[in-house]
Design a protein around this ligand. Structure first.
Ligand SMILES: Nc1ncnc2c1ncn2[C@@H]1O[C@H](COP(=O)(O)OP(=O)(O)OP(=O)(O)O)[C@@H](O)[C@H]1O
Ligand SMILES: *[C@@H]1O[C@H](CO)[C@@H](O)[C@H](O)[C@H]1NC(C)=O
Ligand SMILES: *[C@@H]1O[C@H](CO)[C@@H](O)[C@H](O)[C@H]1NC(C)=O
Ligand SMILES: *[C@@H]1O[C@H](CO)[C@@H](O)[C@H](O)[C@H]1NC(C)=O
Ligand SMILES: *[C@@H]1O[C@H](CO)[C@@H](O)[C@H](O)[C@H]1NC(C)=O
Ligand SMILES: *[C@@H]1O[C@H](CO)[C@@H](O)[C@H](O)[C@H]1NC(C)=O
Ligand SMILES: *[C@@H]1O[C@H](CO)[C@@H](O)[C@H](O)[C@H]1NC(C)=O
Ligand SMILES: [Mg+2]
Length: 692
C-alpha cells in the first residue's frame, strides 16, 4: 500500500547509472558503444509510487506532516508557515552532465480543503529544484519556494506547477482557481483556469482546486519535443487525452544540475486551508505508474457522506443564514436611517443649539410609547421623556405639519421664545423637524396641567385650595405681564387656558405652549392671522377680525380667572344640547347678588378668602369686557390682584348690557352666541400652515 518495491527499484537503477559512467572513463573505445546500448536499453530511468505516505521516507519541513491515516498534510493550519515534502534523494534528471533533461512523468492525487467555502487562499505547488533548503523563501505568494528578491532569478533552477486558489494581480494571476507552469518565478509562464477537457465531446469542465475533493494531476515532459503537458481530472475520471496546459520549454536550460529534488510545497495563510497529497508516482523516461485510487488514504473530511453533509446540509444552511443576516442587517440599517431621518434646511444652521436630534427624542420618549403619553391637545400629543445625555426630564410635543411655508418664521419664533426665561413660563428647550412632523421640547412640569385639578375628577388629584389657586393666578398674571410688556418683544400668547397652565414642583403656575404665540415688535401693528385659540376663550373682536392683540390675551385670562374660581369650563352643553356660557351664568348670579354661589363647590369645604374670591370673579368679568379698550391691561391686572389698586366699581348690568349691545351690533343674538368658525376646540394653526 505504501512505497511497494519500486523505491528499491529506483535505488538499483540509480546505481547502475553511476557505475556506467565510471566505466566509460576507463575504456573509451568500448564504452562509447556500451553507453549507447545502456541508454537505449536501461538508461537512467526510475520510478516510484506512493499510495499514502506512512512509512515513507519523505523529507518534510515547515508544517508538513504525514498524518496517522497516511496522508501527506502540507499545512497543518498554521498561519504564514509553508511546508515542504521532498522525495528523499535527488533524481538524475540529466543522463550525464552535458546531457538534456530526460523525459519524465508525474502523477499526483491531491486535495485542497478550505474551511470557508466562499474564500480562497493560496494553494500549493509541485516543483523540481536543486536544493532542499528553502529557509529564505516566502510562504504566502511565493509558494514557499522564492521570495520578493529572487523571484524570476534564472539561477534558481526551479520548475514548478502551481495549483493556485488565490488571485494575486501582482503575480498576473488570471483568476482564483488556476493551474500554471512556472519557471524560476511565481509568475506563470503559462496558465489556465483549472479544469479538464472531456474525452468524449472535448468539452471543457471547470474543476475547483479547493473543492474539498480529490483531484488528479499529471505532469509530462518530453525530452525530444521539450513539450510540457499538465493535465487535471477529478479523482474518479481517467486521464483525459487532451492536457489542460501544454507548453514548450526546454527544461535543460532550467535544471542545470545533473540531479534535482522533487516535491511539494504549500502556502499557508491566515485563512485555514489544508493541502493534502494522497498519492504520488513518478517515472523517469517512462510513464508514472498509475495510482490505484481505492488504495489511497481517505481524506479526513471526505468520506462521501461527510462531503454530502458539508455540501448539502451545512453549506445551504450557512449560506441561507448568511444571506438572511446580511439581509436583516441591510434592512435594519435602512430602517434605522428612515427611522431617525430628519428634515434640516440651510437656514436652520443658525439655530443649531436649539435643534434636537430625532434619535435623542425617540430614545428619550422610549419611541413615543403610549406609556409616556402625557396628554393630547389640538396640535398633537405630548410625551414625557428623559434626555439621554443630560438626564433632564422633558415634555415633547409632537405635531404634524404639512407645509414648509412659514416654517422658517415659526422656527425663528421657537428659537426666540427659547431665549425667554421666566419663573412663570414653561421653558421651551428646542425643536426638531422631520418630514411632516415638528417636535417642541419643553421642561417637564411634574404636577401637570391645571385643568386636570379643576375638571378631571377621575384623576384623583387633590382639590386645590383657594390659597393655591390664587397663587397660580398671580403667577400666570406675572408671566403674562412679562410676555406683554417686559420682554424685548411683545409676545402674545394666544392660547391662555387652564390646560396650558402647568404646575411645577412647587405648584407655581407656569404658562406653557408658546408654539402658537406670534411675536411682533413693540409699536408695530398686530398682524392679521388666522384665528388661533380655544372656544370660549376667544375675544369677540378676535372672532370678527382675526387679529390677536394683548387685549385678546386679557380676555382669555379673564375666562381663565372664572374657570379657576368656579371650577367650571367656559362653555358647556346642557342636557338638551344648549350651550351654556360660564360668563353669562356668573353675571346672572352677580346680578342677583349671589356671586359667592358661583365659586367652585369644592372650595366651600375649606377656607377661602371671600374678598380675594370676589376680586378674582369681578376682575375676570372685567377682563371679559366685550370692548377691548375697556379691558384692563396686564399691568393693571397685577395691581388689582396685589391689592395695590382698588378694582373700579362695576355694575354687572353694565357688562351684560354691553355684551348684548355688542352682539346685536354684530347681528348676533346673545342667547345663541356661537363660534361657527371653531370646530371642536380649535381653529387653524396659523403659524404652521403659513397663513400669512
Ligand atoms: N411641559 C409639560 N410638562 C408636563 N406635562 C405637560 C407639559 N406640556 C403638556 N403637558 C401635558 O400634556 C397635555 C396635552 O398638552 P397639549 O398642549 O398638547 O394640549 P392642550 O394644552 O390641552 O391643548 P393645546 O393644544 O391648545 O395646548 C396637557 O394637558 C398636559 O397635561
Ligand atoms: C503546525 O506545525 C508547526 C511547525 O511544525 C508547529 O509549530 C505547530 O504546533 C503545528 N500546529 C498544529 C496545530 O499541529
Ligand atoms: C539554508 O540556507 C541559508 C541561506 O539561504 C543558510 O543560512 C542555512 O544555513 C541553510 N540551511 C541548511 C540546513 O543548509
Ligand atoms: C487557456 O489559456 C489560453 C491562453 O493561454 C486560452 O486561449 C484558452 O481559452 C484557455 N482555456 C480555458 C479553458 O480557459
Ligand atoms: C501533450 O499532449 C499532446 C496532445 O494530447 C500530445 O500529442 C503530446 O504527446 C503530449 N506530450 C506529452 C509530453 O505528453
Ligand atoms: C546543484 O545546485 C546547487 C545550487 O544551485 C549547488 O550548490 C550544487 O553545488 C549543485 N550540485 C551539483 C552536483 O552541481
Ligand atoms: C497507513 O495508511 C493506511 C491508509 O493508507 C492506514 O489505514 C494505516 O493505519 C496506516 N498505518 C499506520 C501504521 O499509520
Ligand atoms: Mg397645551
Amino acid at each position: 500500500m505504501t512505497m511497494t518495491g519500486t523505491l528499491a527499484n529506483h535505488d538499483t537503477h540509480a546505481c547502475n547509472c553511476k557505475s556506467a559512467m565510471k566505466h566509460s572513463s576507463f575504456h573509451q573505445f568500448l564504452l562509447l558503444l556500451l553507453v549507447l546500448l545502456l541508454t537505449d536499453l536501461a538508461s537512467c530511468d526510475d520510478q516510484f509510487i506512493f499510495s499514502g505516505f506512512n512509512q515513507s521516507s519523505l523529507s518534510l519541513d515547515g508544517c508538513a506532516i504525514v498524518t496517522d491515516g497516511g496522508l501527506l498534510d502540507l499545512s497543518n493550519g498554521t498561519a504564514i508557515l509553508s511546508g515542504h515534502a521532498f522525495y528523499p534523494t535527488p533524481l538524475p534528471f540529466r543522463k550525464s552532465l552535458g546531457g538534456n533533461v530526460q523525459s519524465f512523468s508525474v502523477n499526483v492525487v491531491f486535495s485542497i480543503f478550505i474551511t470557508y467555502p466562499d474564500l480562497s487562499a493560496d494553494g500549493m505547488a509541485f516543483f523540481i529544484a536543486p536544493t532542499k533548503n528553502f529557509s529564505d523563501a516566502r510562504a504566502a505568494k511565493y509558494f514557499g519556494l522564492l521570495n520578493e528578491k529572487n523571484n524570476g532569478d534564472p539561477s534558481k533552477d526551479i520548475f514548478m506547477v502551481e495549483l493556485d486558489t488565490y488571485r494575486n494581480l501582482e503575480l498576473q494571476d488570471i483568476d482564483d482557481n488556476h493551474v500554471g507552469i512556472n519557471i524560476n518565478s511565481a509568475i506563470s509562464f503559462k496558465s489556465n483556469t483549472s479544469g479538464f477537457y472531456e474525452d468524449g465531446d472535448g468539452a471543457f469542465r471547470r474543476l475547483m482546486l479547493n473543492g474539498n475533493m480529490g483531484t488528479q494531476l499529471w505532469i509530462d515532459y518530453d525530452e525530444g519535443t521539450t513539450q510540457i503537458n499538465v493535465t487535471l481530472a477529478p479523482i474518479n475520471v481517467g486521464k483525459p487525452s487532451r492536457p489542460l496546459l501544454s507548453a514548450t520549454y526546454d527544461l535543460s536550460t532550467v535544471l542545470s544540475n545533473s540531479t534535482s529534488y522533487i516535491g511539494f510545497s504549500s502556502v499557508a495563510t491566515t485563512i485555514n486551508t489544508r493541502q493534502y497529497v494522497m498519492g504520488w508516482s513518478f517515472g523517469m523516461n517512462k510513464p508514472a505508474p498509475p495510482l490505484d485510487i481505492s488504495k489511497l488514504p481517505k481524506l479526513p473530511y471526505l468520506g462521501p457522506k461527510a462531503q454530502s453533509k458539508v455540501l448539502t446540509i451545512v453549506l445551504p444552511i450557512a449560506t441561507a443564514t448568511l444571506i438572511l443576516s446580511v439581509g436583516t442587517l441591510v434592512t435594519l440599517v435602512v430602517r434605522r436611517r428612515q427611522k431617525y431621518a430628519e428634515v434640516l434646511e440651510d437656514w436652520e444652521g443658525e439655530f443649531g443649539p436649539h435643534r434636537f436630534s430625532y434619535k435623542d427624542l425617540f430614545h428619550a420618549t422610549r419611541g413615543f410609547k403610549n406609556k409616556n403619553l402625557l396628554g393630547e391637545g389640538g396640535f398633537g400629543k405630548v410625551y414625557k421623556g428623559v434626555l439621554p445625555l443630560s438626564k433632564a426630564e422633558v415634555a415633547v410635543k409632537r405635531m404634524s405639519h404639512e407645509s414648509r411655508q412659514g416654517m422658517k418664521e415659526f422656527v425663528t419664533e421657537v428659537v426666540s421664545i427659547g431665549r425667554l426665561r421666566h419663573r412663570n413660563i414653561v421653558q421651551l428647550l428646542g425643536y426638531c423637524r422631520r418630514k411632516g412632523e415638528l417636535f417642541l421640547v419643553y421642561n417637564y412640569m411634574p404636577n401637570g396641567s391645571l385643568d386636570r385639578y379643576l375638571h378631571c375628577h377621575e384623576d384623583h388629584k387633590a382639590v386645590l385650595g383657594w390659597a393655591q389657586r390664587f397663587h397660580v393666578i398671580k403667577g400666570i398674571a406675572t408671566g403674562l405681564l412679562y410676555l406683554h410688556e417686559k420682554w424685548e418683544k411683545v409676545v402674545i400668547h394666544r392660547d391662555i387656558k387652564a390646560s396650558n397652565v402647568l404646575l411645577d414642583g412647587q405648584m407655581n403656575g407656569r404658562l406653557g405652549d408658546f408654539g402658537l404665540a406670534r411675536l411682533y415688535d413693540h409699536g408695530t401693528d398686530p398682524q392679521t392671522t388666522h384665528m388661533v385659540g380655544t372656544k370660549g376663550y376667544l375675544a369677540p373682536e378676535l372672532l370678527r377680525t382675526g387679529k390677536a392683540s394683548p387685549q385678546t390675551d386679557v380676555f382669555a385670562f379673564g375666562m381663565f380667572l372664572l374657570e379657576v374660581a368656579c371650577g367650571q369650563r367656559p362653555v358647556k352643553k346642557d342636557a338638551e344640547g344648549h350651550e351654556f356660557f360660564l360668563m353669562d351664568w356668573v353675571l346672572e348670579h352677580w346680578n342677583n347678588g349671589l356671586l359667592t354661589k358661583t365659586l367652585d363647590p369644592r372650595l366651600q369645604l375649606g377656607d377661602y378668602n371671600t374678598d380675594e374670591a370676589h376680586l378674582v370673579l369681578k376682575l375676570g368679568l372685567l377682563c371679559l369686557h366685550p370692548l377691548p379698550s375697556s379691558r384692563p391691561r396686564m399691568r393693571e391686572v397685577m395691581q388689582y390682584l396685589d391689592g395695590d389698586v382698588q378694582l373700579p366699581e362695576l355694575r354687572p348690568t353694565q357688562l351684560s348690557s354691553n355684551t348684548v349691545a355688542l352682539m346685536k351690533n354684530n347681528g348676533l343674538n346673545s342667547s345663541v352666541v356661537s363660534y361657527p368658525q371653531i370646530s371642536s376646540s380649535f381653529c387653524t394653526i396659523s403659524g404652521l400652515s403659513g397663513g400669512r
